[in-house]
Design a protein around this ligand. Structure first.
Ligand code: PGA
Length: 249
């Protein structure tokens, strides 16, 4: 049985003044949510503050990115051992905004995935196609390439302690959610691709959907057999909306 995970990706949003009431209201509502595991991924600078506020609660903390290096002369980077130091459990790697705005390729994403695992963080590997790739019928090819880069570097067993998030780029922040059927088709493809190498790992790995998930479309998406929760951007900044999505998982 896979336990659903709902992770809030705050992106480059928030301030000390806004995250305190946000966390407070999420904590107040969380007792009603029994089934899903919940995580929030604030910007790096707020991780210690958020971790302190969540201490003793069932909500996990994640980072939005990680360096591929553990230490050294890499100005501006934050490493997996540093994240571990602050009790971080998850870290997003290969988010489409990293890939498409900052030019991070499959090889760098795979090294970040490896760095996270070296420090016993759980990577949340984001994969997903651009609109033109979908329109050209290349969705599976793109997602396979993104997955294979990690499998080649780390081996299939790496997915024992990792999460995958399918996030079609055309659905992120656009209000255009994939239909439950479109999401399910790609999630099933991802699981089959992993199963070709290891059935048990494929059966156990959680595959989240991300891209304009809202309170009113979450339950249909999450009821698909291969959708094991969500990676939530915009809606994770509104406590009521986020709690409703967590409740749907
Ligand atoms: P969105 O973002 O929910 O705002 O579409 C999802 C994501 O980028 O992880």
């Amino acid at each position: 049985m896979r336990r659903a995970l709902v992770a809030g990706n705050w992106k480059l949003n928030g301030s000390l003044a806004t995250i305190q009431p946000l966390i407070k209201t999420i904590l107040a509502g969380i007792e009603r949510i029994q089934q899903a595991e919940i995580a929030v991924c604030p910007p790096y600078i707020y991780l210690p503050a958020v971790q302190a506020m969540l201490m003793g609660s069932p909500i996990a903390v994640g980072a939005q990115d990680v360096s591929d290096q553990d230490s050294g002369a890499f100005t501006g980077e934050v490493s997996a051992p540093m994240l571990r130091d602050f009790g971080v459990r998850y870290c997003i790697v290969g988010h489409s905004e990293r890939r498409h705005i900052y030019g991070e390729n499959d090889a760098l994403t795979a090294r970040k995935f490896a760095a996270a695992r070296r420090s016993e963080l759980w990577p949340i590997l984001c994969v997903g196609e651009l609109l033109e790739e979908r329109e050209q019928g290349n969705t599976e090819q793109v997602v396979a390439r993104q997955l294979d880069a990690v499998i080649h570097l780390e081996g299939i067993s790496a997915f024992r302690d990792a999460v995958i998030a399918y996030e079609p780029v055309w659905a992120i922040g656009t209000g255009k959610t994939a239909t439950p059927e479109q999401a399910q088709a790609v999630h099933a493809f991802i699981r089959q691709r992993l199963a070709a190498q290891d059935k048990r790992i494929a059966e156990n790995v959680r595959i989240l959907y991300g891209g304009s998930v809202k309170a009113d479309n979450a339950s249909k998406l999450f009821s698909q057999p291969d959708v094991d929760g969500g990676l939530i951007g915009g809606a994770s900044l509104k406590s009521g909306e986020f709690l409703a999505i967590c409740g749907a998982a």
